[in-house]
Design a protein around this ligand. Sequence first.
Ligand SMILES: *Cc1c(COP(=O)(O)O)cnc(C)c1O
Length: 353
Amino acid sequence: MPTTEFETNTDKKSITRPEPEEIQFGKKFSNHMLVANYENGQWQDANIIPFKNLSLSPATSFIHYGQAIFEGIKAYRQKDGHVVLFRALDNWKRMNASAIRMDMPEIPEEIFMNGMRLLVDFDRSSVPSLEGTSLYIRPFMIATDEFIGVRASEKYMFSIITSPAGSYYSKPMSIYVEDKYVRAFPGGTGNVKTAGNYAMGMHHTNLVKKMGFDEILWTDGYEHKFVQEIGTMNVFFVIGNKVITPDLMSGTILGGITQDSVITLLKRKRHHVEERLISVDEIEHAFKYGELKEVFGTGTAASITSIAKLTYQDNEIVLPDPENFEIANWLKLELSDIRYGRKEDTHGWIFQV
Ligand SMILES: *Cc1c(COP(=O)(O)O)cnc(C)c1O
């Protein structure tokens, strides 16, 4: 049985609220963490403890075979002082979809949601308050059998850590459209949030960065013809009066919660949204005829990131000035207004801590 009580064997000592200019993403962590262990077919306990190093056997299963999944969520401090989570229940559902795909146990809602709420409440003072800042929440699960035989682990650890995140100004990106390497194939794990999806892209992403690009736009593994997603972001194209984003049918794209929020907001504003295959040819064709108005990425880390340039083989697609991206800039503002409580949340996306 999952315990419904969270033991908090720690002092509630407060830290000073971090100054936004000293926040570097992902380097500083709040004072506490949540840890729950899975053993003998059940979740055993869930504790909020002081943030500390883990002590693990070098034979720990996930180190060798990569049964490791994670999530990314943000908590925002609203003007009235309330701290809220954005769509965290959807992250819980997605984490369990990842768990099933990687043959890991699902996490009870109680541990994930209540644990996260309690943890954020505990370290409330580390939620920054300036516009654009947030507390980044990183739930993750790893296989913890001390065994180097190849099989699904029997023991797992679920944990949540949090990290203050600064105002994320994301300058427009220059993107390399991939025509050789592959991120995900139908039947693979591209549609779940597992560590290996990132490991395979590190080398090539670094090479592309050395060439002066910011990120890779992955394409399908058969022909490198249809676009998938960018690094940690889903991608949108505004062609004429249509907004197009790759659909999730092939199972090669991670369905972003920001992507889903953007689709919802656009449809509500009566924009014409299409979720379907979109080819590099179609994008180049639209560019040639002056129909390609905007390209942008969506994800929890940077919310909406405008794309200034796409490079595919010898062709460069240079977008109009991203400062004038009507849709991307509207979406950015709309999402901020909902998250920081300036606009009513009519979608049930906001969860009070
Ligand atoms: C997490 C992630 C995204 C973005 O998902 P959000 O829920 O919007 O943060 C997109 N692509 C990949 C590969 C991801 O891991």
